[in-house]
Design a protein around this ligand. Sequence first.
Ligand code: FAD
Length: 490
Amino acid sequence: MKRRDALQFVVGGGVGAVASTGFSQDRVNPENRPIPPRRSRKATGEIFGTNERLHVRTSGKISGDWFEEGGRNIPLRDSSDVIVCGGGPAGFTAALAAARRGANVTLIEVNGTIGGVWTSGLLSWILDAVNKKGIMEEITGELKTRGMGRRVESAWVYDAEQLKMLLEEMLVEAGVKIRLHTRVVGAVADDSNRLTAILTESKSGREAWTAKNFIDCTGDGDLAAQAGCEFEFGRPADGVTQPFSMMGILSGVSTDEIAAFIRGQCEPRKLGNPKKNFLTELRSAGIDPSYGGPTIFEIREGLYAMMANHQYNVSAINADDVSKATIEGRKEVHAIVNALKKKGGIWQDLHLNTTSEQIGTREGRRIMGRYYMTGEDLRTGAQFEDNICDVTFPIDVHATDPKVTKAIESKPFRSKNYQIPLRALFARDVDGLLVAGRCISGDFIAHSSYRVTGNAVAMGEAAGVAAAIAVQENALPHEVPFEALGSQKV
Ligand SMILES: Cc1cc2nc3c(=O)[nH]c(=O)nc-3n(C[C@H](O)[C@H](O)[C@H](O)COP(=O)(O)OP(=O)(O)OC[C@H]3O[C@@H](n4cnc5c(N)ncnc54)[C@H](O)[C@@H]3O)c2cc1C
């Protein structure tokens, strides 16, 4: 399903009518479109490899200012053109792009800050951003201008605390309605299979929110699963996902003294491999980290981010698993810092400023869309007419089985640069729903590459623009001719 089929998506079949008439209000016949078929794992069945079950769509009806759910009246909080669920790199960008295109946008985020893995996760290192235009380029430009970050090799390093402010400023300026500390817990669809409302839980209790279009940027595909979309989870054989990691922010040491252990400082000084050096250093301090490629990034002189642990066999959609991983991960980060301090010398004044409030989740649900990215697309360097993101980041599977390796698993093949089609962002099983970020439609190998945040931003931008245009034209997002996205295509 490469260039030719992508073209059919834009001008062929039912969509041809859309393209020739501008924007059709008619529903597109899904049979005429290149949509991946449902697989044996049904939306009502078990998630492969786990005992988790899919959410069941919420049923009820809207009546005045209330949503009646099972005999209970839930307040209807607000109605928007576009609701974005999850405010990570993808969700922030989706909300911003939709608002800038004139939509009335609400962004709902469960944590107390916008940014997801960038801020709650203290990631500090943006990959696959340097070739990007649009909002990604705007963010890196702001990082540079405001002295909050800089380019290192092919990545951008940034100060997470400063980024929190920048993201909030940009959203407020664009007029996005931001609701923090609020979790999306349910989805409501109408008889025509169109998503019409979501349900949330927060200090304000249970609330209902309606919109014309929705974008799931929860990373784990929570909203799409609640809406009944089929999804995949983990590697094909047994559903095991990549490990989680707890980031730590360090200070009290000097870049010159620990340069051999810092990515981006070690290499130009020809001090060897920083990850190998740091692993040896940690072992000599009496600690064998659960991540075999422990890494330090320099945010600025005197401030560093450390990623040194892996939490294996954790399901992102099992709260007990994530709680246990959080406690174990934080304990290990503290143990590593304490061991280095005890070693003394260049580490004697090392200080652990903070660990991430949200443990880093590499992988959750992958929602079935109207295109399914595969490893084969990476191997062949797939190009699409409805391209929304040029990916240069390679396959990067962090150890799924620590008995085999605790670092990066060997690559099944070398990937080429490839593209992501907009169709991979349209939910296949429900209308009025786009997905952006790491939970888009693709297999285990493809996900390990497209998941990084420079790509999540490009996906969010395309999703936001498509959702906003669909509202303006009174069409469903997948009915919008791709050409209408204009400069936001990549
Ligand atoms: C340890 C680690 C290292 C990584 N290394 C890199 C790297 O070096 N560079 C890089 O660019 N990327 C890296 N990645 C990025 C990563 O792989 C993700 O793919 C990235 O976070 C994708 O962004 P996202 O917006 O899709 O998801 P997320 O950043 O996970 O954002 C999802 C957001 O949705 C919110 N949310 C979730 N569920 C709900 C709900 N039900 N209701 C409301 N809100 C909800 C979350 O709180 C969060 O803010 C790393 C990730 C991890 C975990």
